[in-house]
Design a binder for this molecule. Structure first.
Ligand SMILES: N[C@@H](CCC(=O)N[C@@H](CS)C(=O)NCC(=O)O)C(=O)O
Length: 205
């Protein structure tokens, strides 16, 4: 039995849920984090001492850190597909997974400021700085996607999952965006996937 703890509006939980759905796994999800609490209980802290979400329990194997969860589930259930077996192809995919946290850091003030902070309390300077920085990062991604349909090459892999979730936020926050045609085309390809639409591309809350 696979269990996952985490609220569905968390970008890092979405990565795990999207992955689970791509793999066609049965999962029991338990709401946790923010208004749901749970994460400060001794039972949860024993599983995940960071008190963050997501956490999974896969038949008694407990794992936290969303990108590690995606790597583990793809290696277990999709070797040679979502988890490339070729060492260099896998490293390529993993690089984009790691880089997704660079993107997340750039977007944090933008997302929190515009989605989770009332207008009178917003730090507009931090939001503007975050918009500028994330546009610089999207430009990097756009350059790479000029030569390949998915971040790690010709096929959808685990590499697309974390950065796909981060870019969904960038696409949906109410900010001005310069056109990035290759990122848009890649995002449209992701949006053709039912698991992405079900778990990721939802209104931001
Ligand atoms: N690097 C960790 C970060 C986890 C993280 O920051 N999770 C956030 C949600 S995106 C969280 O737990 N926030 C506190 C809460 O929901 O109570 C991961 O990717 O799993």
């Amino acid at each position: 039995m696979l269990r996952i703890w985490g609220r569905t509006n968390s970008v890092n939980v979405k990565k795990a849920l999207w992955c689970v759905e791509e793999l066609g796994l049965k999962v029991e999800r338990i709401d946790a984090g923010m208004r749901f609490g749970v994460v400060n209980t001794p039972e949860y802290r024993r599983m995940n001492p960071t008190g963050l979400v997501p956490t999974i329990d896969d038949d008694g194997f407990v794992l936290w850190e969303s990108h590690s969860i995606v790597r583990y589930l793809c290696a277990k259930h999709s070797s040679g597909k979502l988890w490339p077996t070729d060492l260099k192809a896998r490293a390529d995919a993993e690089r984009w997974m790691d880089w997704a946290f660079t993107f997340q850091n750039a977007m944090r003030a933008v997302f929190w400021g515009l989605i989770r902070t009332p207008p009178e309390k917003r730090d507009m300077k931090a939001i503007e700085d975050g918009c500028k920085k994330s546009a610089e990062l999207v430009a990097i991604l756009d350059g790479v996607l000029a030569g390949r349909p998915y971040v790690a090459g010709t096929a959808f892999t685990m590499g697309d999952i974390p950065i796909g979730c981060e870019v969904q936020r960038w696409m949906r926050v109410p900010i001005g965006r310069a056109p990035f045609p290759n990122v848009q085309a890649w995002f449209d390809r992701l949006a053709q996937r039912a698991p992405f639409r079900k778990h990721v591309d939802l209104p931001l809350t």
